[in-house]
Design a protein around this ligand. Structure first.
Ligand code: PEP
Length: 261
C-alpha cells in the first residue's frame, strides 16, 4: 500500500518564454507524453504567459491543466495591465501561482497583497499555489525557517481552513531558482516540515497533513526522483526544465513513482 496519500502535483512555470506557436506545440507534446505514459496518479499543470493561456487551455481541452503565473488582487475595475482571477477561470485556467519569488522578491509583493490575491483566486475557484522561500542572505543568517513561517502567516492571514482545502504550498528557496543549485533532499524535507508545522499551528494537524507541499528550485529530469522520494515532498514547481517536454515528462514520471512507494 502507498505510504503517501497526497496526490503528487507537478507544475511547469514557463515564465516569460515561448512564442504563441511554441507554447501550443509544447503543450501538445507534454499532453502526448503524459497520455502515452498512461499515468493518472499525478496532478499536473503548465503555467504559460497570460497571452498564451487561452490557446494552451484549448489545446489541452477538457482536462484543463492550465494555470496562470499571477492574478490581480482586485476583482475588476480600473487596474490597467492586470488580469483578474475570474477572467482566468473563464478561459479555462484551474490554478494560479501566488507570490512566485520573481514577484514576491523581484517586484516586492507583500504578504498583505498576496493574501488579497489569494482571496480572489479562491473566489474564482482556482487552486492557489502559494509560493514561499528565503533568499541566500536570509538562509546564511540562519533565518530561513522564521522567514517561511512569517511568509505563510502573512499570506494566509484572514483565510480559514475550510476555504483552503485546495491549497498547494510551493517551497522555493530563492537561491535555487534558475541557478542550477538545488536544495538537498534532506534540506528541502526539513523546510517542508516547517511549512507543515506552520499550517498545523495556524489551522489543524488534519489540514496540515492534507495540504500538498511541493519543492521548486532547479529541479530537473536527473534530480527529481531523489527529491520526490522524500515523504515530505509532494511534487515540484519546475521552471527551466518544464520548457522541454521530454524532461517535464520524466519529472512527472518521477512524481508518479512516489505513489507506489
Ligand atoms: C520556478 O520558476 O518556480 C523555478 C523553480 O525555476 P527553475 O526550475 O528554473 O529553478
Amino acid at each position: 500500500m502507498a505510504l503517501v496519500s497526497r496526490t503528487p502535483f507537478v507544475g511547469g512555470n514557463w515564465k516569460m518564454n515561448l512564442t504563441h506557436a511554441r507554447a501550443v506545440e509544447l503543450a501538445r507534446a507534454i499532453d502526448a507524453i503524459n497520455s502515452a505514459s498512461g499515468n493518472r496518479s499525478v496532478d499536473w499543470a503548465v503555467f504559460p504567459p497570460f497571452v498564451h493561456l487561452g490557446a494552451v487551455a484549448a489545446t489541452l481541452g477538457e482536462r484543463s491543466h492550465v494555470g496562470a503565473q499571477d492574478c490581480s488582487a482586485h476583482s475588476d475595475g480600473a487596474f490597467t495591465g492586470q488580469v483578474s482571477a475570474s477572467m482566468l477561470a473563464e478561459i479555462g485556467c484551474t490554478s494560479v501561482l501566488i507570490g512566485h519569488s520573481e514577484r514576491r522578491h523581484g517586484l516586492a509583493e507583500s504578504d498583505a497583497l498576496l493574501s488579497r490575491k489569494l482571496t480572489r483566486a479562491l473566489d474564482a475557484s482556482l487552486i492557489p499555489i502559494l509560493c514561499v522561500g528565503e533568499t541566500l542572505l536570509q538562509r546564511d543568517s540562519g533565518d530561513a525557517h522564521a522567514i517561511i513561517q512569517s511568509q505563510l502567516r502573512g499570506s494566509l492571514a484572514g483565510h480559514d481552513e475550510l476555504a483552503l482545502t485546495q491549497l498547494i504550498v510551493a517551497y522555493e528557496p530563492v537561491w535555487a531558482i534558475g541557478t542550477g543549485r538545488t536544495a538537498t533532499p534532506d534540506d528541502a524535507a526539513h523546510m517542508h516540515r516547517t511549512v507543515r508545522q506552520t499550517l498545523e499551528d495556524l489551522y489543524s494537524a488534519r489540514f496540515a497533513q492534507r495540504v500538498r507541499v511541493i519543492y521548486g528550485g532547479s529541479v530537473n529530469a536527473k534530480n527529481a526522483a531523489e527529491l520526490f522520494s522524500c515523504e515530505e515532498i509532494d511534487g515540484g514547481l519546475i521552471g527551466g526544465a518544464s520548457l522541454n517536454a521530454t524532461d517535464f515528462g520524466a519529472i512527472m514520471t518521477a512524481a508518479a513513482a512516489r505513489v507506489g512507494q
